[in-house]
Ligand binder design. Structure first.
Ligand SMILES: [Zn+2]
Length: 131
């Protein structure tokens, strides 16, 4: 739990080609939209949006500060290249039902490198970072 874990979740969404989850999270925490408004805007069911928000709280482990981490790392994570289309660009294998799981299990080192890149770019922005 903590900032780094929340950054890792966003990185995994990015790499796995599920960036829409992070976009929904961003609209919720930084755009001030309700799950119902996000449903209208993005076409994602509000129960799914609520699940995404719940997951962010779980991973972060606190009820405050999630919005700050999301707003500060969103742009950095969005610059990472997606590692999945119909196959994994890192190892060339395909047929994964859960790309995130594959990335977390088989490419842990790469995922951590990406997390490091995001965390260090945040530190460069402000030394007294929450991270
Ligand atoms: Zn792979």
């Amino acid at each position: 739990m903590g900032s780094r874990d929340l950054v890792r979740l966003l990185v995994l969404w990015r790499l796995a080609g599920e960036w829409w989850r992070a976009e929904a999270l961003y609209l919720y925490f930084c755009g001030g939209l309700s799950p119902a408004e996000i449903e209208r805007k993005m076409g994602i069911r509000r129960t799914v949006v609520a699940g995404i928000v719940r997951r962010a709280y779980e991973v972060y482990g606190k009820n405050y500060g999630v919005d700050r981490v999301v707003s500060r790392c969103f742009a950095h994570v969005s610059r990472l290249e997606t590692a999945f289309s119909s196959y994994c660009k890192l190892c060339g294998k395909s047929g994964f039902a859960k790309p995130m799981r594959h990335l977390a299990l088989s490419h842990r080192k790469y995922v951590e490198q990406c997390v490091d890149v995001v965390v260090s770019s945040l530190r460069r922005v402000r030394e007294d970072s929450v991270l």
